[in-house]
Design a protein around this ligand. Structure first.
Ligand code: DGJ
Length: 712
């Protein structure tokens, strides 16, 4: 390829990407707000950061899209690979660059090392979100061991000084951590074998103090459901980069001659403040990732889990279905406990046959009961798992992921099936599709309740094969059950990433439905994922995971941030609660058509005790903003909440959509007028001055509605 400098340009609605080749491998020269002018290469090179101080290696080149030690790069290389301990050094150079519309294909080769590499960069013009994947081919005659192949190495603007990652545990997902980008490498390594509670594949980097609507920020996400590494590296030369990819177990990735490794995609966007990047991600995910059914009105779920756990019986379920229908449920989901031997979490996983001792007529009496209410029927599965106490394990102990001579630690008494085996996949395919067809199942809650550790085929590591085998199995099922909806659940939100979402389309964000904790979990989740795919259920008065007692209003307001549903025993609701819940159910039904297309805003509050966020419809005619008091406010006057995303020129009626003024009033000597009577004001004042808040006692919440007045 010619050594003449060249560049390629991808334009989005408000973003431009410029890829320049002035050295052996192209670099991302600009990723940011749209450039107005028609740039030329000579002009661009005026802006090349080519200055270099004395000291250090000679021949240092700017950070490329594929950094290698052969270009005197001393940070983390994009590739660590060798042939039985030799040929670990590579020098890939560009052999081809091709642009087609908004996609760029860059091919690199090292004929001596027997490597061919293809980088595919695409900018989605509508959302301004870019995607990069990398494919490596072993073109030599010997096996190549790949220890690390970055999906992407992205340069971060040099003023970036802070990054934000999300971590947690079971029942406390997506908790935000902010840290400095100091010299050295930050490495978020996930070895949980699934996307995990512990580390989300979400990363925000930005200028110091970046906020909801301030600062220069870059969002990146790795679309992968297994082990990964997210790296932020700051070198002494000032380079800051983000690199991410699959974290292979030792010897896990060996490419035989001619074999290829295609990495998961890295998805990224750069914007002004986090809300802008969040909104772009939501737009992109809606248009380019999610299955089409997510654009249908999202039904209200009623799930049996916290109502009955394993205590299934036909009449209890039928009365639960009646009660759930009475508060507005549109889909009933029969959770864990319906299959053979599953009377507790000790046994049964793998035996995907209806338990005849509990259901002598199969699930027909349940499904018919559900249909009589005009509801859809959903069923829980945990296909990747097996209990040692199961018929399946007794028949096929060899189907389990394990390493000979090392005992695999159990989690929830279960082991993991090697679903990359054809016989295992065939068994699961047959069981799931038979049940889907027999009962015309509308939806599957696809659960996954343990980390993969010591995942092997007896001797060799096999963790990285599992996510891809999972995607294939789901696709195979969907090919014969095309109208089936699938949810990604993994002990709550341990599998929420853009790879699984191509095949699923809804996430159970957490098992924690205590609204006070859930409000924070949801804020983390919604930073990257759109609200309508987030299962969010109203739980019992006393939350099962925390014991915290909260009002029904608070539980419902928090659940309204996602796909609304119930995770409670509706038979035990008193008549007053039924009426209250019916109000929120109706509120969800009235607004869900625009909520699923809305812009999502997180609102910084002046008090740490308040969490606020809202959704504004595309035409800026409607908005719902919630405020949740997670603690006690220090000030005696609560001040204003400036709203976001409204049209400053429109007039709105401002209403308290939550019907809890009577609960708030006793804490207010004087309560703002709008809480009691609908008032009228402008978008400009709502955003600049804000909504005067009432005094909110700890654990209360409120829902603010803004609806455009058309008779202005
Ligand atoms: C974990 C899920 O997150 C719960 O909602 C429930 O389905 C249980 N598994 C059932 O075992």
């Amino acid at each position: 390829m010619s050594t003449h400098p060249a560049f390629w340009r991808l334009d989005g609605a408000s973003t431009t990407l410029l890829v320049v080749q002035d050295h052996a491998v192209p670099r991302l020269f600009w990723c940011g707000s749209k450039l107005n002018e028609q740039v030329e290469i000579d002009t661009l090179l005026v802006h090349s950061d080519s200055a270099l101080a004395f000291g250090g290696l000679d021949g240092v080149t700017p950070l490329s899209l594929f950094p290698q030690a052969s270009t005197a790069y001393t940070g983390s290389p994009a590739l660590n690979a060798h042939r039985n301990g030799t040929q670990f050094a590579h020098n890939l150079t560009t052999s081809r660059v091709e642009q087609k519309d908004n996609s760029l294909t860059i091919e690199l080769q090292d004929t001596n090392a027997g490597l061919n590499l293809v980088l595919c960069l695409t900018l989605d013009a509508d959302s301004d979100v870019a995607k990069l994947t990398t494919t490596l081919t072993n073109t030599a005659q010997t096996a190549l061991t790949v220890d690390w192949l970055a999906s992407a190495t992205l340069p971060m603007p040099s003023p970036y000084r802070e990054c934000l990652t999300q971590h947690g545990r079971w029942g406390l997902e997506n908790q935000t951590h902010r840290r400095s980008i100091a010299p050295g490498r930050i490495d978020i390594s996930n070895l949980h074998g699934r996307t995990s509670h512990e580390h989300a594949p979400n990363l925000v980097c930005g200028t110091a103090g970046f906020g909801d609507d301030s600062g220069d920020v870059m969002f990146t996400h790795l679309a992968w459901s297994g082990n990964f590494s997210l790296r932020v590296e700051r070198l002494s030369n000032g380079n800051i980069s983000v690199q991410s990819g699959i974290l292979f177990l030792p010897g896990e990735c060996i490419l035989q001659p001619g074999e290829q490794l295609e990495t998961p995609a890295v998805v990224f966007t750069r914007g002004s403040g986090m809300n802008q990047c969040t909104q772009r991600f939501h737009r992109y995910i809606r248009s380019s990732v999610l299955p089409a059914w997510t654009r249908n009105l999202r039904p209200i779920h009623a799930n049996s889990w916290e109502a009955l756990y394993f205590d299934h019986n036909v009449s209890a379920l039928q009365s639960l279905i009646d009660a759930a229908a009475g508060v507005g449920a549109e889909r009933f989901v029969l959770d864990d406990g319906w299959f053979r031997h599953r009377r507790s979490d000790n046994a049964g996983l793998g035996d995907w046959f209806v338990d005849e001792t509990i259901y002598p007529d199969g699930l027909h009496p349940i499904v018919e009961h559900v249909r009589r209410h005009g509801m859809q029927f959903g069923l829980w599965f945990e296909p990747e798992m097996i209990n040692a106490d199961s018929d399946l394990y007794r028949a096929h102990p060899e189907w389990v992921l394990q390493i000979d001579g090392v005992e695999t630690p159990l989690a929830r008494n279960q082991l993991v099936l090697d679903i990359a085996r054809q016989d295992v996949s065939d068994y699961l395919f047959e069981r799931i599709t038979s049940l889907v067809h027999e009962y015309a199942i509308d939806y599957i809650k696809w659960d996954q309740n343990r980390d993969l550790v010591l995942a092997g085929d007896g001797s060799r590591a096999r963790a990285a094969a599992q996510p891809r085998a999972l995607y294939q199995l789901i696709q195979r099922i969907l090919a014969v059950c095309p109208s089936l909806e699938i949810e990604s659940c993994a002990s709550g939100g341990a599998r929420a990433d853009l790879a699984i979402l191509e095949h699923t389309g809804r996430v159970w964000a957490s098992d924690n439905i205590d609204p006070i904790e859930r409000a924070r979990i949801q804020q983390g989740f919604l930073r990257f994922m759109p609200p309508e795919i987030m299962g969010a259920h109203v739980g019992h008065k006393s939350a099962h995971l925390t014991g915290r007692v909260t009002s029904l209003h608070t539980r419902a307001i928090v659940a309204l941030q996602g796909q609304f549903g119930f995770e409670l025993d509706a038979r035990r609701l008193d008549p007053h609660d039924v009426i209250t819940l019916q109000h929120y159910t109706q509120l969800y039904k009235n607004n869900r058509h625009w909520l699923a297309q809305s812009s999502y805003w997180q609102v910084s509050t002046f008090s740490k005790a308040l969490i606020s966020s809202g959704q504004v419809d595309e035409s800026q005619d409607h908005a719902l903003f919630s405020v949740v008091a997670i603690g006690n406010m220090h000030a005696t006057r609560p001040g204003h909440l400036p709203l976001k995303g409204l049209d400053p020129h429109k007039r709105y009626s401002l209403t308290l959509e939550s019907i809890n003024v009577a609960d708030l009033a006793p804490f207010n000597k004087i309560i703002p007028a709008w809480c009691e009577n609908q008032v009228s004001t402008s978008g400009e004042l709502l955003m600049k001055i804000g909504v005067p808040l009432p005094v909110m006692p700890p654990q209360s919440a409120l829902l603010i509605g803004c609806h455009r007045e058309f008779n202005q």
